[in-house]
Every structure is written in C-alpha cells, then in structure tokens.
Write a new protein. Structure first.
Length: 288
C-alpha cells in the first residue's frame, strides 16, 4: 500500500474565529511567518505525498492564489536582489501538485471528503484537516501511513484527551495491537459521558481507502445536521481493518482562539529569527 495522495478539507465556515475569518479564510491566518495551510501542506509533502486536493468554497480563493506564481511581485523582488524573499515566494508555488475542488454547500466534513472521490480513484489516501496543525519530529501523517502500510489497514490519528473534553471529539473503542497502535472496533461522534467508548479522540489525521466514498454517499446527516466523517468511519471500521495511531507530537486546533494562540507561541519560540526575543519578552511580561 503506497499513499501518494492527500485531501485537505478546508471548506468550513470558521465561525469560531469570527470576525477575523469573515473575509480571510482561517487556513490563511498567519502562524508566525506562514499561513496555517502551508504547515499542513509541508507535513503532507514530508510524509511522501505528491498530489494534494484542497476542498475549498467560494470564499476561499485566497488559498489558490497563495500556491500560484506572482509574476509582478517576483520580478520586483528579483530586480531588487531580494533573493531570500524571492525563493520563499517561489517555494510556495512549487511545493507540490495542488488541485482544488469546491464543496458547493457546507454539508459537513464527511461531505467535503466525499468531494474527493474522482481525485482519489482507487488508491488509499491521507486526509489532513485544514485547521489542525501538528508539531512532531516524524510528521504525523507519516506515522499514520507507516501503520496503515504495516497492517494493510485504514488509520486514524488519536491521542487521549481529558474526560471532560471527549464530548467535543469522536471517541474510539480500541483494542491493543502493538505499542502506540490499536485496532479500532467502533467510534462515536461527540458522545455524551454515557455514550463514550474511551478518552481516545480522533485528531485531524486519517489514511482511508476507497470504500469510504460509497459509505459516505449513503450516510445520512448526523450531529449538527451535517454529514459526519465519523459516521462513515464507524461503518468503514466494521468493513475493513482500521488502526488508531497514538501519534507522537502535539496537535493544535487553530480553528479556535486558544489553539491558535498556543500554536503561535510554540512555533514562534522555535523560530530562529524571533524565538529568543519572544522568550525574553514573555519572561518580562510574567515578571509583571
Ligand atoms: P470544523 O468544525 O473544525 O470547521 O471542521 P468549521 O466548520 O470551519 O468550524 P467552525 O465551528 O465554524 O468554527 C473540521 C474540518 O472540516 C472542514 C473544515 O474546513 C475543517 O478543516 N469542513 C467542515 C469542510 O471542509 N466542510 C464542511 O462542510 C465542514
């Protein structure tokens, strides 16, 4: 099983980050010196992905523009001898083969993934949520692909969350396989305390096989009236083998303010240009 395609659903409305996301897609908000979506694309590329489909909507064309050439700007940078800036601008346009499809109605994550059917064909593919940024030694998508290849299975990324937080996620019913890898037996989207299987939550990364498309086509709207990917995965895990990978690394939900700020601070502290300065600034603030 070789995984070379990835799908990035990025067609959500971003209502938790309003008014900032009224005209700027949340995936285009800058995390230190790059937009959120670039971190996600870089993770995919570092995981061996060659072709990437971004699921967008009519309010998100800034994303397509970002991964395109900018002749006027590039000419100006070149004439001014600003080679570093020129390279940075060029790199974003040549980073991978990027394709786009629109989700014409915001009908949920499951519906957004279903829009990738023609792009994916028969191959297994990775899914990276457009607002979940990971900081990890080994890219999280690579950790999932390795497990999926080893077990000939679909894979979902997971970590334990606090018991009081699981109702915001999908809860997994798992059985141990090997170390950080579990067999997935069942799952529930946004469970009540009585419904939850465990505190292992699905967090933003998947490797799926083509069976998911027929399943999603027949999945009725679930929680919030939207077609939920988890409802489709619940059926998939009973049809084909599925593993959960308790991945090494930290996940940031940049689609809400606290997650966005955590990511901004953590990535800035690791940045060569501003990291040392920011640490001093924070220490100074903490002293009051
Ligand atoms: P979220 O629930 O985190 O995103 O969806 P949202 O809907 O933009 O958020 P809020 O609650 O309004 O702030 C998880 C992922 O699924 C995508 C989102 O873009 C995000 O990557 N999504 C969600 C779609 O692509 N289409 C949808 O219809 C819904």
């Amino acid at each position: 099983m070789k995984v070379t395609k990835a799908v990035i659903p990025a067609a959500g409305l971003g209502t938790r980050m309003l008014p900032a996301t009224k005209t700027v897609p949340k995936e285009m908000l800058p995390l230190v010196d790059k937009p959120v979506i670039q971190y996600i694309i870089e993770e995919a590329v570092e995981s061996g992905i060659e072709d990437i489909l971004i699921v967008t909507n009519r309010a998100k064309s800034a994303m397509d523009d970002y991964f395109d050439y900018t002749p006027e700007l590039e000419d100006r940078l070149s004439a001014a001898g600003k080679t570093e800036e020129l390279e940075a601008v060029r790199r974003t346009a040549d980073i991978a083969n990027i394709f786009y499809v629109r989700q014409k109605e915001t009908r949920g994550l499951g519906h957004a993934v279903w829009r990738a059917k023609r792009f994916v064909g028969d191959e297994p593919f990775a899914v990276l949520l457009g607002d979940d940024v990971m900081m990890a030694e080994t890219p999280v998508t690579k950790q999932l692909i390795d497990a999926a290849e080893r077990y000939g299975a679909s894979a979902v990324g997971t970590q334990k969350v606090l018991p009081e937080a699981i109702s915001k996620y999908s809860s997994l019913k798992v059985a141990p396989l090997d170390g950080r890898i579990f067999r997935v037996e069942d799952m529930n989207e946004k469970p009540t305390p009585e419904e939850k299987f465990s505190d292992y939550a699905i967090l933003g990364r998947y490797v799926l096989t083509r069976e998911i498309f027929d399943i999603l086509e027949n999945t009725p709207p679930g929680h919030g009236g939207e077609i939920q990917l988890t409802d489709g995965l619940k059926t998939l895990c009973k049809l084909v083998p599925m593993v959960a990978v308790d991945f090494e690394g930290r996940r940031y939900d940049t689609g809400n303010l606290k997650g966005f700020l955590e990511a901004t601070i953590d990535f800035a502290l690791r940045n060569d240009e501003v990291g040392a300065w920011l640490r001093e600034f924070i220490e100074e603030k903490a002293r009051g």
